[in-house]
Design a protein around this ligand. Structure first.
Ligand SMILES: Cc1ncc(COP(=O)(O)O)c(C=O)c1O
Length: 356
């Protein structure tokens, strides 16, 4: 419809200014976009290794695994949760001819100036996943270095519209492929049965460390990851982009409150100096369950999420290669920066921690 075309043009223009990418493809979720990218890579390359960080959300790994890629996990830095670039380069030097792509996730909204070095490997495709954070006016060109850039408007993201993923690129071939991919998808919503099966798999494999099987992944993946884009969300997406600067400022100022007011605990903050929009205030702490319980008792919440997925997906030989991801899984707490948490409430959380 004409109205949707106009909105898409408006959105594309705004995103172009922030990302230096001309084209935008729309999907029901970032995970649908990742599925599309996986199929696109398979079609256009004979290489089958994908380098991924051992700390990230499980879904991209599930999708690439099901599409037949060999997943090569690399440990992250303890200081910022991002792929350790030195280790990535070492892996590339060992297996250069087989590597199709690097899946680079700007987890926690963090940036790493070293990461742009990965662009020097001209034959390796880079997917830069910004699903958990968002582009903003303060970006400089080299912060956005992927061949394809992923954004999300899904659950728990910076702009949570419970639907929508965008891929930005200057790649006409991918753009056309992406249009057809979304056209073919039938599901408009994540199915309940798929969600249930996924949660059972997550509990078994990630929490209880049981064996990961392709058969189980197949039982839910397409039901929850292949979702058609709903054009009705375009207005909300466009409105969200108008609020970008405001959201960047709001989150950064709340972030600073946590940082300044938690004075009595020894925290290792997982945050780089330079960031995209911060997702949460994340830090590592010994005895995290004690602190989580403490603040939950008073009606506040925090998440303690970031699994070591290298461990769940790798063979036995690699199981102990991801020490920083193990550390993050064991010690991370993420405090909210959402609208429910204003300055006042955050001050109270900080006092609670200081007085413990
Ligand atoms: C880094 C990353 N990539 C992709 C996704 C998937 O996003 P969506 O829920 O839009 O499919 C997530 C969601 O948790 C994520 O954190």
């Amino acid at each position: 419809m004409y109205k949707y075309k106009i909105l898409k043009n408006k959105i594309e223009k705004k995103l172009n200014l922030l990302s230096y990418r001309r084209k935008s493809n729309y999907f029901g979720r970032a995970n649908s976009a990742i599925w599309c990218i996986g199929e696109f890579l398979k079609k256009n390359s004979t290489k089958r290794i994908i380098i991924l960080p051992s700390t990230m959300c499980v879904s991209p790994a599930i999708i690439f695994k099901l599409l037949g890629f060999k997943l090569e996990f690399v440990d992250v830095n303890k200081s910022n949760g991002l792929l350790n670039v030195k280790k990535v380069i070492k892996t590339i030097n060992e297996k250069n001819n087989e590597i199709a792509c690097i899946f680079y996730v700007n987890l926690f909204g963090n940036k790493d100036l070293e990461a742009r070095k990965l662009k020097n490997f001209k034959k390796i495709f880079i997917i830069q996943d910004l699903a958990q954070t968002f582009l903003n006016k303060e970006n400089i060109k080299s912060d956005v270095f992927g061949d394809l850039i992923i954004l999300s408007f899904g659950y728990s993201k910076i702009f949570d519209l419970d639907h929508g993923g965008i891929v930005l690129s200057n790649n006409d071939k991918f753009y056309n492929y992406g249009l057809k991919f979304d056209e073919k998808i039938k599901n408009t919503n994540v199915s309940n049965i798929g969600k249930k099966k996924y949660l059972r798999w997550y509990d078994d494999v990630i929490i209880k460390k049981k064996k990961n099987s392709l058969k189980n992944l197949r039982s839910f993946a397409s039901k929850i990851y292949l979702i058609k884009f709903n054009n009705k969300k375009l207005t909300q997406i466009n409105n969200s982009l108008n609020l970008l600067s405001k959201e960047f400022k709001r989150r950064n100022s709340l972030f600073k409150v946590y940082k300044k007011k938690i004075t009595k605990l020894k925290l290792n903050i997982i945050h780089s100096k330079d960031t995209f929009i911060p997702w949460r205030f994340s830090f590592l702490i010994n005895n995290k369950d004690f602190y989580l319980k403490l603040i939950r008792k008073k009606g506040n919440d925090a998440s303690s999420y970031y699994p070591n997925i290298g461990r769940a997906f790798s063979n036995k030989k690699n199981k102990n290669s991801y020490v920083n991801s193990d550390l993050i899984q064991e010690k991370v707490i993420n405090f909210w920066l959402t609208k429910e948490y204003n300055r006042n409430r955050i001050n109270k959380i900080c006092s609670l921690l200081n007085d413990k």
